[in-house]
Ligand binder design. Structure first.
Ligand code: PEP
Ligand code: MG
Length: 581
């Protein structure tokens, strides 16, 4: 067994196809000065052809998985226009009299080595992009054939040193059962694409690989645990065949619930919406029966790029999501950057305590133009459907007022430009900081709805960093302090007559259903993969019984006791039901 990083969950069993890497053997002879003009002409021709090829791949890929994922290829097009990269190539041709392909190869090596040396995930990803674009250019300069994936064979497990975005764009889930890469991590482009396509992926195997894999070898890939088996024993394959089939069966069983409404046996209805960060995720969520989007984490539109998306780009994404959501509502959360989500181009300072620092609304209220651009795009899209706007990490009434003032300015801008928007757009806030919970009554007077972000609320209430593995056992969503705070928030919302929903991970834990029923929370938003599990729990619940269980939990003094009670109730309530898919 070889261990790597589990980058896209699922089990794949099949034969390996080892992708040959692009390796070039280039002569290093010098050119005649008279040939220089010819070399530049070849270079420009190669750039033109590469550009149209990348544009073609981008269009194809957009059709397949969506706008955001295909924007990776904008980065590739930008490399072919990048003055630094181009000057490096021209300089080598002009000053060292080297052939265009040699200059391109040396320029790639120069930048890749430079970026690889930086201990920065983002720059390492850029190194892969440069290699990918450079190889495409080299291929044209040398007239070499494309290294392609077979699409006319039996399904296979793809093994590659690293998978470039252009290669990932050609992945066809009908043929590619799973992927194993020597390089890369969870945030690499190929990981994002594999997850979007539902293909199990284990990456980052390089340091652990001691067995060379050959095309045709039998393999098992466990994308959850990050394990790869080459020519495994029969017992291993048998175990994974059972696991794979069980996962498929559970998924299929739950899938029949997609079109059913989430109503308890005694008639209490819960609305189950999805947390998404891309159009592709919304598509998956709708397949799982999501009733709209309860949380669109827009910061992912801003990450892994050199500058912020402009108004038009954001508008197109928000519009598309609204269109796809149909009659359902879409809650667009404004930029929640900082903490564990950095943005290179904002050059945010290193902080001792990033989660207690410059984050979310605090940044937006400082970077007013950046924030207003986003608000304007959201407003424009609000003319097309049921969009609500939500501010993250609110801790005071002033923050809500300042954000609203900028929203008004954005509306005035649109009036001046004669563009349509919904002037009555609902404005809500995340309740995820204890201060906000304590003044929930005051905040309720300022906003149209609350959404409780339990991921942050738990970390702030318990003073347990949600990223710190050492104290992960203390991160307890069922701690009595958390439950009391949830009750305070719900009561304040009910008294003010505003909607309150939950959008943290707790909403996707089916054991929590009794708590929501007791607290009068009728809307939950969760990761698309949790929707059917939670719905299954709701369908098998009697609200009156669940409320008795929840009341008992509110009277308990430890998180462990509460969790045990909810777990036991879950088991007794859904004995024959399918488990976690
Ligand atoms: C939360 O904090 O619960 C939440 C939903 O937001 P995020 O996980 O994006 O911080
Ligand atoms: Mg949060």
């Amino acid at each position: 067994m070889i261990e790597g990083i589990g980058a896209a969950a699922g089990v794949a069993i099949g034969k390996a196809f080892v992708l040959p890497s692009w390796e070039w053997d280039l002569p290093d002879q010098k050119m005649d000065t008279v040939d220089l003009a010819k070399e530049f002409e070849r270079l420009y021709e190669g750039i033109r052809t590469s550009k149209s090829e990348i544009q073609f791949i981008k269009d194809e890929f957009r059709e397949m998985v969506g706008v955001e994922e295909s924007s990776i290829f904008d980065a590739h097009l930008a490399i072919l226009e990048d003055p630094e990269f181009m000057n490096e190539i021209s300089g080598i041709i002009q000053r060292q009299y080297k052939a265009a392909e040699v200059a391109v190869k040396e320029a790639i090596d120069h930048f890749v080595t430079m970026f690889d040396l930086l201990d920065d995930e983002y720059m390492k990803e850029r190194a892969i992009d440069i290699k990918d674009v450079g190889n495409r250019l080299l291929k044209h300069l040398l007239g070499a054939p494309e290294v392609t994936l077979p699409n006319d064979t039996q399904p296979y497990i793809l093994v590659a040193k690293e998978l470039s975005p252009s290669q990932s764009a050609h992945l066809n889930p009908s043929y590619v059962l799973g992927i194993v890469t020597m390089n890369g991590g969870k945030t690499s482009h190929s990981a994002i694409m594999a997850r979007a396509l539902g293909i199990p992926l284990v990456s980052g195997l390089e340091s652990n690989l001691n067995l060379p894999v050959q095309t045709g070898d039998m393999m098992v890939v466990d994308g959850e645990l990050g394990r790869v088996y080459v020519n495994p024993e029969k017992s291993v394959t048998d175990h994974y065949i059972i696991l794979r089939d069980e996962q498929r069966r559970r998924k299929e069983q739950l899938q029949v619930l997609a079109s059913v409404e989430a109503v308890t046996k005694d008639g209490t209805m819960l609305k189950l919406a999805a947390n998404i960060s891309s159009v592709k995720e919304l598509e998956a969520a709708l397949k799982h029966g999501a009733q709209g989007v309860g949380l669109f984490r827009t910061e992912f539109l801003y990450m892994d790029r050199k500058s912020a998306p402009d108004e038009e780009e954001q508008y197109q994404v928000y519009r598309l999501i609204t269109e796809k959501a149909g009659n359902h509502s879409v809650v667009i959360r404004t930029l929640d950057i900082g903490g564990d989500k950095p943005l290179d181009y904002l050059e945010l300072p290193e902080e001792e305590n990033p989660f207690l620092g410059y984050r979310a609304i605090r940044i937006s209220l400082d970077w007013k133009e950046l924030f207003k651009t986003q608000l304007t795009a959201i407003l424009r899209a609000s003319a097309m459907g049921n969009i609500k706007v939500m501010y993250p990490m609110i801790s005071s009434v002033e923050e809500v007022r300042q954000a609203d003032a900028l929203l008004k300015e954005a509306m005035a801008d649109l009036d001046a430009r004669g563009l349509a928007y919904n002037p009555n757009i609902q404005r809500g806030i995340m309740i995820e900081v204890p201060a906000a919970a304590m003044i929930a009554d005051l905040l309720a007077a300022e906003t149209d709805f609350f959404s409780i972000g339990t991921n942050d609320l738990v970390q702030y209430v318990l003073a347990v960093d949600r990223m710190n593995e050492q104290i992960a056992h203390m991160y307890h969503p069922y701690h009595p302090a958390v439950l009391r705070m949830l009750r305070m928030i719900a009561q304040a919302a009910h008294q003010a007559g505003i909607d309150v929903s939950v959008c943290g991970e707790m909403a996707g834990d089916e054991r929590s259903v009794p708590l929501w029923l007791e607290l009068g929370i009728h809307q939950l938003s969760m990761s698309p993969q949790s929707l059917l599990r939670v719905k299954h729990r709701v369908l098998n619940t009697t609200a009156s019984e669940a409320m008795t269980i929840a009341r008992a939990c509110f009277g308990m003094s430890t998180g462990a006791a509460i969790e045990d009670k909810l777990t036991a109730a879950n088991i007794s309530c859904t004995p024959a039901g399918p488990g976690r898919p």
